[in-house]
Write a protein that binds this ligand. Structure first.
Ligand SMILES: [Zn+2]
Length: 165
């Protein structure tokens, strides 16, 4: 058997396998309610018997950084060095409110006091929490800069407690 035949044969095998998978009823079966119910009963049983296998609740909620997906940044200098997902979690966890109107019904926006396009950096002294309305106004320079309280002033190093737990 030469190389050519070898490659050819493996291509045929691969195609047969992929056809088999495509034609199988596996995906249909997985969608059925009975199977779904069985899976969910199985998972519930697993979680009730192996409580320690999953981190949740207080412990889980404290250390955003440790349980975050992806790379754990050991010594971030500001929240913008973290992934968007982690950054959002930290902002939520800090329960920041708009520094103009105190709105905090949902997570606040983080506004760059000096816009990035004007050379503003991601440091906390250039960031401020704003509600969507005030974010819009600040973006259009309708709020005097003196009125904006920086993230540095508001949270200081507290965000690190949330990150490291
Ligand atoms: Zn506001």
């Amino acid at each position: 058997m030469n190389n050519y035949t070898g490659r050819k044969r493996s291509d045929i095998v691969r195609k047969n396998i992929s056809d088999g998978v495509r034609n199988s009823k596996h995906s249909e079966i997985m969608k059925s309610d009975v199977v779904r119910k069985k899976i969910s009963i199985g998972l519930n049983k697993f979680f009730s018997e192996n409580g320690g296998a999953v981190s949740r609740g207080e412990k889980h909620s404290k250390a955003v950084g440790k349980y975050t997906k992806g790379r754990f940044n050991v010594n971030p200098k500001n929240i913008y060095e973290l992934s968007n997902r982690t950054k959002t979690k930290i902002i939520k966890r800090l329960e920041l409110s708009c520094c103009i109107c105190n709105w905090n019904e949902d997570s606040v926006d983080i506004h760059h006091i000096i816009a990035k396009k004007d050379g503003g950096v991601n440091d906390h002294y250039n960031l401020t929490p704003l509600c969507p309305n005030h974010h819009r106004l600040a973006g259009n320079k309708k709020i005097p800069v003196e009125k904006l309280i920086t993230l540095e002033q508001i949270v200081g190093d507290c965000w690190k407690d949330v990150y490291y737990g």
